[in-house]
Design a protein around this ligand. Structure first.
Ligand code: SF4
Length: 299
């Protein structure tokens, strides 16, 4: 008879994943913020804002405290091999999130939309967000993104064609709406940010994809040369808008642009723009198994 897969308890490792995501800004983000600070006018409000952000990042890392008071929606993307129970894994994730909240790595953020009551432990209906993907590898990979509320409020979706912006159903149309999204945000959502831009899909899948794109590191190139070119162009042009860090004016409005595409219905052409603030908190972990032994590594 086939032996059932012995599911490991990943709760403690997941708590550590949450701690890392909430308190340590990824190194590519920190490097980009440092570079932006050097490029802003000495003594300008933009440079001061970036200095304050970087001091905050340093203190959070040193003291293991949240980088921002809004620790956002925890979004987990889980890749797992055949045999893993996603039900058990989901329970462990919810438990880990509750423990991380108790330890103050996360602010209690899950509010009942009908009663306004905060559950107090960051668990609730579809909270935290989890997406499970079975793959053909023999280990578990978990990505975690903490998506702040302010930047979520300026994330948006367009339906092309868009007459106001003269945006058609092509990459030029995508460029126009992406720049409009940055212009409309006007620094709200805590610029400088990162854009995740999903082309196609339906309204729901397009929004989900736009956030998944934010998991790609700033220095990780787009494998599609056309999209890589568009990313560079939107990045450059968004920084010419002069909105600047926290909307104070300056050269740095956006730190990176990540674009992906989904198949769509002939009748629809959605473009979703996930705006992520400078507190682009993401962390990942790999769990390898060797018989009874389990090895966990973080990135
Ligand atoms: S948008 Fe980001 S940096 Fe601004 S308050 Fe929210 S989580 Fe913090």
């Amino acid at each position: 008879m086939m032996q059932p897969f012995k599911q490991p308890d990943l709760t403690d490792s997941l708590v550590e994943l949450v701690r890392r995501a909430a308190t340590v800004l990824p190194s590519d983000m920190e490097t980009a913020l440092e570079k932006a600070k050097e490029e802003e006018e000495p003594g300008s409000a933009a440079q001061s804002a970036l200095e304050a952000i970087l001091t905050n990042v340093e203190l959070a890392k040193k003291n293991s405290t949240p980088i921002c008071q809004d620790t956002g929606t925890p979004i987990f993307e889980i890749h797992y091999p055949f045999g893993v129970s996603t039900r058990v894994l989901a329970e462990q994730i919810r438990k880990a999130v509750a423990i991380a909240t108790e330890r103050a790595y996360l602010r209690p953020n899950a509010v009942d939309s009908l009663t306004g009551r905060n559950t107090g432990d960051n668990t609730g209906e579809e909270f935290p967000t989890m997406h499970f993907h079975e793959w053909d590898k023999d280990y578990i990979h978990v990505d975690l993104l903490l998506k702040g509320g302010g930047c979520e409020n300026v994330s948006t979706q367009y339906k092309l064609p868009n007459a106001r912006l003269g945006a058609g159903r092509d990459l030029e149309g995508v460029r126009r709406v992406a720049l409009d999204a940055v212009y409309q945000a006007q620094g709200k959502g805590c610029a400088p940010g990162v854009l995740g831009i999903a082309i196609g899909g339906d309204r729901g899948s397009s929004y989900v994809k736009s956030k998944q794109l934010l998991l790609r590191k700033l220095d990780e190139p787009n494998p599609d040369p056309k999209l890589a070119e568009l990313e560079a162009r939107i990045h450059e042009e968004a920084n010419e808008l002069g909105i600047g860090p926290m909307g104070f004016g300056g050269k740095t409005t956006v730190l990176g642009v990540k674009i992906g595409a989904l198949h769509r219905l002939p009748a629809s052409y959605f473009v979703s723009v996930a705006y992520m603030c400078w507190a682009n908190r993401r962390a990942s972990m790999d769990v390898h198994f060797d018989g009874e032994q389990m090895e966990v590594s973080y990135a």
